[in-house]
Ligand binder design. Structure first.
Ligand SMILES: C[S@@+](CC[C@H](N)C(=O)[O-])C[C@H]1O[C@@H](n2cnc3c(N)ncnc32)[C@H](O)[C@@H]1O
Length: 246
């Protein structure tokens, strides 16, 4: 892989491991072994290593977690958490510092990282092939989250996951994910992406209209409670927090 592409993927927070069922338009991810070795050598958790060293954005993951805490996302009763595309587990690890769910389910296409998360954090890995949460029953999850996933997959994958996220969330539960909306895409930022956004790979960074998300989730009994910008690559992404009607 060309070094420019590697740098670009690193900034995006990708896991560069080839998988057969990653249908999100991104088929190269951060190599598991090499990243773990590098993180150990730097004496950092793998999540902090990705933030600080690979992405050059120290504290980026913690920033989102802090915002979610301030919004009360972790003070609700969280018995079951589900995360789509946890990758290295940088959000998962920090989520588990904020709450102690009885079950933490993951849907992750990169097998080495999925296995590592199961072994390290005792999470439950569900079969992942595309955009279905088929192993999770309706209305069974208190918090469903996905970070830096829906700007790496195509529109159809993201929107199919949206329906599934609403289905598995229990009444009164929350759904948290980020998308690169029009809020993140003023002309100057589009220019920044165009000139500094790297080599271009797969679907990253894929945009998704904010109003489309708000209107769609409203039809699924989920209303937008809050939103904020978080750093992503050379610019930002918008984190949306939905609550499902109790
Ligand atoms: C850019 S990485 C973000 C990883 C992690 N959430 C983070 O922010 O560090 C995207 C993640 O989504 C996973 N992924 C890609 N397509 C997926 C799919 N269709 N279903 C579930 N996970 C997927 C990738 O393997 C990768 O771990």
């Amino acid at each position: 892989m060309k070094s420019g592409v590697k740098r670009f993927l690193g900034r995006a927070g990708f896991d560069i491991v080839r998988t057969n069922n990653n249908r999100g338009g991104v088929d190269d991810f951060i190599p598991f072994e090499a990243t773990m070795r590098a993180a150990r050598a730097a004496d950092l958790s793998v999540g902090d290593y990705i933030d600080e060293v690979m992405n050059g954005t120290p504290g980026a993951t913690q920033f989102t977690i802090d915002e979610l805490r301030d919004l009360g996302v972790f003070t609700a009763h969280l018995d079951t958490v589900l995360e789509i595309g946890p990758g290295s587990g940088r959000y998962l690890e920090k989520t588990l510092k904020e709450c102690s769910p009885g079950r933490y389910e993951i849907y992750e296409t990169a097998a080495p990282w999925s296995n590592y998360l199961v072994d390290t954090f005792g999470v439950v890995a569900r079969p992942t092939a595309g955009s279905s949460l088929a192993s999770t029953p309706d209305g069974s999850v208190d918090l469903v989250q996905a970070h830096k996933v829906f700007n790496t997959v195509t529109f159809l994958f993201a929107s199919r996951y949206f329906f599934e996220m609403a289905r598995v969330t229990r009444p009164g539960g929350r759904i948290v994910f980020d998308v690169m909306t029009e809020t993140c895409l003023d002309p100057a930022t589009v220019r920044t992406w165009a000139t500094q956004g790297g080599a271009g790979h797969g679907s990253y960074p894929a945009a998704m209209p904010r109003q489309t998300c708000v209107d769609l989730f409203a039809t699924l009994d989920c209303s937008l409670e809050a939103s904020f910008l978080a750093p992503m690559g050379v610019a930002s992404t918008e984190v949306l927090v939905f609550g499902k009607k109790a």
